[in-house]
Design a protein around this ligand. Structure first.
Ligand code: HSE
Length: 353
């Protein structure tokens, strides 16, 4: 039995709970993952805690109501009203799942991760902030305590971009990275090519759960820049700050040039790149007009793609969803599976591959 606390019960957190509810028997039978959710906390939706485990279906039902977790039914040993810090400190858990939204400061998620790791809990997070602001500190803490820090959901949601580079391509060396790393902007550019307005396309992306809480993070290129910071450290072993990324968003790309490009078989895409082949690391996020035969030109809607240039295999490209509630919830579940598998679960930093 793995005892889990969930911090953040918005779209991603709820999708994670839905996966536990719907796939629970399969997870036990196929992977030996038997989860007890012992505490959940959300700054808006309330909190519930119970050492013997909460009823996941009842949590989800409560979260659909205007009262949120206050509507969770009374049970023996039920605690209510803990904030996120009380929850991490007070619940006897093996794993803390962090599913709060990314903020520019990285807080409160970084504090959540630090607190859980200090207590010897594994941490699984979809929040980019802790890695952008405290990658080395958090991975050092995890390594010192022999626990896992799972971060797959921070880049390309559940599409295994980080696992591909770190585990599948182990023994090879990645020299450069080029990709479409933001689902919202790729969705918007695709919809705007079809004639949708900028505001309409953004509203659709928000309704679908792709956009950041503050969508300026998407359209101004910050989200893609955060992902480059994570990829630089985690895959290339190179430190990079957000300020070190040359960044241009999509706010200057209009319907007319999108339609004109499309008529010529070309596509505007927000391309994020890291080039470590020689000299200082160069990191860029910018709209690029791609030729039809560019692998990134064919990436539609909320799909993202990443190409790793490697020593032994040349170019390796992965395409899959870049955002979405269920897709990101799956990334949390996938990292949780590594916690129970254990053997791959030791935290190692990008620089110590
Ligand atoms: N807002 C992000 C995106 C979510 O659209 O890609 C996934 O990080």
């Amino acid at each position: 039995m793995v005892r889990v606390t969930l911090i953040g019960c918005g779209g991603v957190g709820q999708a994670f709970l839905e996966l536990l509810r719907d796939r629970g028997p399969n997870l036990v039978a196929q992977h030996g993952l038997d989860v007890a959710v012992v505490a959940v906390s959300d700054p808006v939706r309330g909190a519930a805690a119970r050492a013997r485990g909460l009823d996941v279906a009842a949590l989800l039902a409560a979260l659909k109501t205007p009262q949120g977790l206050r509507a969770y039914p009374d049970q023996d040993g039920l605690g209510r009203g803990w904030d996120s810090l009380d929850t991490i400190a007070g619940a006897d858990a093996d794993v803390m799942v962090e599913a709060t939204p990314t903020t520019p400061s990285g807080e409160p998620a970084t504090t959540h991760c630090r607190m859980a790791l200090e207590r010897g809990q594994h941490v699984v997070t979809s929040n980019k902030g802790p890695l952008v602001h405290a990658y080395d500190e958090l991975f050092h803490m995890a390594a010192a305590r022999g626990v896992r820090l799972g971060v797959e959901g921070t880049v390309m949601s559940g599409t295994p971009a980080l696992r591909l580079a770190r585990e599948t391509l182990a023994g090879d060396t990645v020299r450069s990275v080029r990709g479409i790393l933001n689902g919202t902007t790729n969705f918007m550019l695709s919809r705007m090519e079809d004639g949708a307005s900028y505001a309409g396309a953004l509203a659709e992306a928000q309704a679908a759960g792709y956009a950041e809480a503050d969508p300026r993070g998407d359209v101004e290129g910050f989200d893609a820049a955060y992902k480059l910071v994570i990829l630089a450290r985690h895959v290339l072993g190179r430190p990079l700050s957000v300020e070190g990324v040359e960044r241009t968003g999509i706010t200057g790309v209009g319907n007319a040039e999108l339609a004109d490009a499309r008529a010529r078989g070309r596509h505007w895409r927000l391309v994020a790149a890291l080039d470590a082949r020689e000299g200082p690391l160069r990191a860029t996020v910018q709209p690029e007009l791609l030729a039809a035969d560019d692998p990134l030109a064919a990436v539609p809607g909320v799909m993202n793609a990443i190409t790793y240039q490697t020593d032994l295999l040349g170019h390796v490209t992965l395409m899959g969803p870049g955002a979405g509630r269920r897709e990101t919830g799956y990334a949390l579940l996938r990292d949780l599976l590594d916690v129970v598998r254990g053997s791959h679960g030791r935290a190692t930093e990008g620089g110590e591959r």
